[in-house]
Design a protein around this ligand. Structure first.
Ligand code: ADP
Ligand code: MG
Length: 699
C-alpha cells in the first residue's frame, strides 16, 4: 500500500484565511457554513448557474429567461398601482422592456434619466406592459465604466448569511488559483474510474466554479455535465462509505449469539390460523441466522403495506425471548403501539410470554411498575413509543430492538436505542421494518449501514383494492356507497383532510364530518378517532371498530400506519389531492386486508394541479408499493421521499440519488474496493464531503 501523504502538508488544507482578503471576520462567517479550509471553499458547490456572458436582444427575450439586457432609458416615472412604484422603460432597437421597482431611492430615480444606457440582469416575466423585470440588478454603462460582460456562466452558491454571492465567487476563483498547477489532491485510485469518461478532479472543480463561455446552461442546470458527474460520484462514494463504516464499527462490537433453539417460534407458528408466505419464511430465516451470529444484527425489512411484517417481528421477538432475552418493539405513534401491544398480547399470552405497553401516557403507578418489571427482567417484551428512549428506562437483558415503520425514526435514534441496550459490553440486535419500499440499488446506498431483506409477496387470497378518483361533487353517491357496504356487513373508513398547522383544527374538522355523516346515515353507527382523544378514548373506539359495533370510522390521518381491521373494505379519503403518494398508499393499505373486494375512493376538490393529477393517477393505476415508490421518486425526488432523517445520508451538494442512480452500482463496488485495499484514503474523502459531524465521531 502506498504511503499516504501527511494531510496537513496539502495546500488545500490550509486555513481559509490563507486566501487574500479573508480576515477573521469573514472567516467566522464562513465557519458557520462549515468552511474552514481552502478545500472547503472548493467543495462549496454552485446550486445553479446564470448566463451573464452575453447580452440578449430584448426582441428575442422570452418570459422566464434570466438574462442580461442592455438599452437606453426612454422613460422613468413613479406611479401608483396599488402601491407606489418606479417604472422604467428601456429599449435596445430590437424591442423594449419594463423595469419595475417597489423599493427605490430618489437618487436612483434621478440616475435613471432619459438617454442613460444601463445593463441589467434578472428574470423576465409577463407584465401588464409586456415583458418586465422586477428589481433587476443593474448598472450604468458609461464611457468611463467598463462595458464587458462576464466571460463565464455565473455560479450561484447556496445562500449564506452575510456573505454575498460575488464574494463567494471571488473566493472560489482565489482558491482555484491558490492550488495552481498542483490542483487539489485526488484521493481516488486511478483504476477506480476506469471505463468512466470523466474529467480529473481538478478540472471538474475548475469547470463547475468557472464554466467556460461555451458551457451549456441546460446541461449544467440538469446536473448532467461530466464535471458534475465526476463530483457526484465522489460525493455518493463518500456518503456510502460513511454508512458502511458506521455499520462496520457497530458490527465489530460484540452482540448476543442466540442459539437456534426455536421452541417458542415453532409453537407460535402452530397456533396461527395461516402459514407464512414464501417471502415471510425467507426473511424470517435470514433474521434467524443474524440472531445466531455473535455480532449485532442490523437488518431492514422492506415490504409493502399488508405483506405481514408484524408476524415476522413476532417470530424474531419470540426467538430472543426463548434464548432468555428481553425485546423492545418501538412504534412511531401511540395508536400503533397500542395495537401492536394488543396483537402481541393475544399471540404471546398462550405462550406465557410477559408483555407490557410503555407509552408517554401511562399513569405514574403503572409506569413505575412497568419500569421495575423491565429492570428486573420480569417483563420479556416491551411495546412502546419514543417513551422507551427515556432515561429511566433500563433493561435487565435487552437482546433485540424492533423498530416498526422506520420512516419516522432516524439513524441517531437507532444509535441511542443501541447504547441503551448495551449490557456487559454487548449490544442488542436491531430489526427495522419499513413500508416505504424503494428500489434495491437505492436501498443499498441509502441504507448502506443495514442489511436489507424484502418481503415481496402478499398473503394469498387478497383481492387488490379498486381505487376510484372522484370530485367532491359526487359526495352524495359516495355516502350511498357507504350505506350499501355497511348494510352488507362491511365496515368503512372516512379519512378527513390533513391540517398540518393544527391538530386542534384537524380534530374539529373530523368532528364536524362525523356528525354530518351520522346525520346522513341514520341507520349506522359512526365512530370518530383523532389525535386529540385520550388514550382510553382511542382504545374504546378502536375496540368498537374491531368488534364491528362501529360501522363507519371517521378518522384523521392518525390511522395511517399499522391499523388492521380486515372487515373494513371501503375507504374514502377526502381532499386526497393534498396528500403525498406515500401517505395515500399507507392509508389505502388499511383496506384490502380481508378476502372481500375492497374499494378506495379518493375525493378531490377541483381544480387539480398537474402533480396532484399525476399522483391520483398513480394511485388509480397501481396497488404495488414498489411501483408507487418508484413514481413517487420521479415526482418528488429522493430527498423528499427518503429524507435525511430516515436514510442517514446527509444532504448532498451535487449528487442526486435518482438522477445519478446509474452511478450507484459503481459506487458500491468502489466503496468495497477502498475498504479492502485503500483504507487510508477514506478519512480524507469523508472530511472533504461530510466534514466531522457527530455521526462520524465514532468512525
Ligand atoms: P404490515 O406488513 O403492513 O405490517 P401486517 O403484519 O399488519 O402487515 O399484516 C397484515 C394482515 O395480514 C394481518 O391481519 C395479518 O394477520 C395478516 N397476515 C400476515 N401474514 C399472513 C399470511 N402469511 N397469511 C395470511 N394472512 C397473513
Ligand atoms: Mg405494520
Amino acid at each position: 500500500m502506498a504511503a499516504s501523504p501527511k494531510p496537513m502538508a496539502l495546500p488545500e488544507l490550509r486555513p481559509v484565511t490563507a486566501l487574500s482578503g479573508v480576515g477573521p471576520a469573514l472567516a467566522e462567517k464562513l465557519a458557520k457554513l462549515g468552511v474552514f479550509t481552502v478545500q472547503d471553499v472548493l467543495f462549496l458547490l454552485p446550486l445553479r448557474y446564470e448566463d451573464r456572458t452575453r447580452i440578449v436582444p430584448m426582441g428575442s427575450l422570452q418570459a422566464g429567461d434570466r438574462a442580461v439586457v442592455e438599452g437606453e432609458v426612454q422613460l422613468a416615472e413613479v406611479v401608483f398601482r396599488g402601491r407606489r412604484q418606479l417604472i422604467c422603460r428601456i429599449a435596445d432597437g430590437s424591442g423594449f422592456l419594463t423595469l419595475r421597482f417597489f423599493h427605490f431611492s430618489g437618487a436612483q430615480q434621478a440616475a435613471l434619466a432619459r438617454g442613460v444606457r444601463i445593463r441589467c440582469f434578472g428574470e423576465a416575466r409577463r407584465g401588464p406592459l409586456g415583458l418586465e423585470i422586477v428589481h433587476p440588478e443593474y448598472r450604468r454603462v458609461d464611457t468611463d465604466t467598463n462595458g464587458e460582460t462576464e466571460d463565464a456562466l455565473t455560479p450561484v452558491y447556496p445562500a449564506t448569511e452575510g456573505v454575498a454571492q460575488a464574494r463567494l465567487r471571488r473566493l472560489a476563483t482565489l482558491a482555484l488559483k491558490e492550488l495552481g498547477s498542483e490542483g487539489v489532491r485526488d484521493w481516488l485510485p486511478s483504476g477506480l474510474l476506469k471505463g468512466f469518461d470523466m474529467p480529473t478532479l481538478a478540472s471538474a472543480l475548475q469547470y463547475v466554479h468557472r464554466p467556460p463561455p461555451d458551457a451549456s446552461v441546460e446541461l449544467l442546470s440538469m446536473g448532467l455535465h461530466p464535471a458534475q458527474r465526476r463530483l457526484a460520484f465522489e460525493e455518493l462514494l463518500a456518503q456510502h462509505l460513511s454508512l458502511r463504516l458506521l455499520r462496520r464499527n457497530i458490527q465489530t462490537d460484540p452482540g448476543w449469539s442466540m442459539p437456534a433453539r426455536s421452541r417458542l417460534p415453532a409453537q407460535f407458528l402452530g397456533n396461527l390460523s395461516f402459514s407464512l408466505t414464501g417471502a415471510q419464511s425467507r426473511v424470517w430465516h435470514e433474521i434467524e441466522q443474524d440472531l445466531a451470529a455473535s455480532k449485532p444484527m442490523l437488518r431492514l425489512v422492506q415490504g409493502d403495506v399488508g405483506c405481514g411484517k408484524t408476524v415476522v417481528a413476532a417470530l424474531a421477538a419470540l426467538h430472543a425471548v426463548d434464548a432468555g432475552f428481553q425485546v423492545v418493539l418501538m412504534a412511531p405513534t401511540e395508536l400503533l403501539a397500542e395495537q401492536h401491544a394488543r396483537n402481541f398480547a393475544s399471540w404471546f399470552e398462550p405462550l406465557n410470554v410477559s408483555l407490557a405497553l410503555l407509552t408517554g401516557r401511562l399513569g405514574a403507578r403503572k409506569r413505575a411498575e412497568t419500569l421495575a418489571g423491565l429492570a428486573s427482567g420480569e417483563i420479556s417484551v416491551a411495546v412502546g413509543t419514543h417513551a422507551l428512549f427515556q432515561e429511566q428506562v433500563a433493561f435487565s437483558r435487552l437482546g433485540l430492538a424492533v423498530i416498526d415503520e422506520q420512516h419516522r425514526f432516524g439513524v441517531h435514534q437507532r444509535l441511542l436505542l443501541r447504547e441503551k441496550g448495551q449490557a456487559s459490553g454487548r449490544f442488542p440486535h436491531q430489526l427495522i421494518m419499513t413500508a416505504t419500499p424503494i428500489p434495491r440499488t437505492l436501498a443499498m446506498t441509502a441504507y448502506a449501514d443495514l442489511d436489507v431483506s424484502i418481503i415481496d409477496e402478499l398473503p394469498p387470497g387478497r383481492t387488490p383494492v379498486k381505487t376510484v378518483v372522484l370530485p367532491e361533487s359526487r359526495r352524495v353517491d359516495v355516502i350511498q356507497r357507504i350505506l350499501e357496504a355497511c348494510q352488507g356487513k362491511r365496515q368503512a373508513y372516512w379519512v378527513c383532510p390533513l391540517i398540518e398547522e393544527s391538530d386542534l383544527l384537524e380534530a374539529q374538522a373530523a368532528e364536524e364530518t362525523a356528525s354530518t355523516l351520522a346525520a346522513a346515515l341514520p341507520g349506522l353507527t359512526v365512530g370518530l378517532i383523532h389525535g386529540r382523544l385520550t388514550g382510553q378514548q382511542k382504545d374504546a373506539v378502536m375496540a368498537g371498530f374491531k368488534a364491528g359495533d362501529i360501522h363507519l370510522l371517521v378518522a384523521t390521518t392518525v390511522i395511517e400506519v399499522g391499523v388492521d381491521v380486515p372487515n373494513a373494505s371501503l375507504m374514502v379519503i377526502e381532499n386526497a389531492e393534498r396528500m403525498g403518494l406515500a401517505q395515500l398508499h399507507q392509508l389505502r393499505g388499511r383496506v384490502g386486508r380481508g378476502s372481500q373486494e375492497s374499494t378506495c375512493v379518493l375525493l378531490y376538490k377541483p381544480p387539480l394541479t398537474e402533480i396532484a393529477r399525476e399522483r391520483l393517477g398513480v394511485m388509480r393505476d397501481t396497488n404495488d408499493g414498489f411501483e408507487v415508490a418508484r413514481r413517487d421518486l420521479e415526482l418528488r425526488g429522493p430527498g423528499e421521499l427518503l429524507g435525511t432523517r430516515q436514510t442517514g445520508l446527509a444532504r448532498m451538494r451535487v449528487a442526486d440519488l435518482l438522477r445519478d442512480a446509474d452511478l450507484l452500482p459503481r459506487v458500491q463496488q468502489a466503496a468495497t474496493s477502498l475498504l479492502e485495499d485503500n483504507e487510508d484514503v477514506i478519512a480524507p474523502l469523508l472530511s472533504r464531503w461530510i466534514g466531522t459531524g457527530e455521526r462520524f465521531s465514532r468512525v
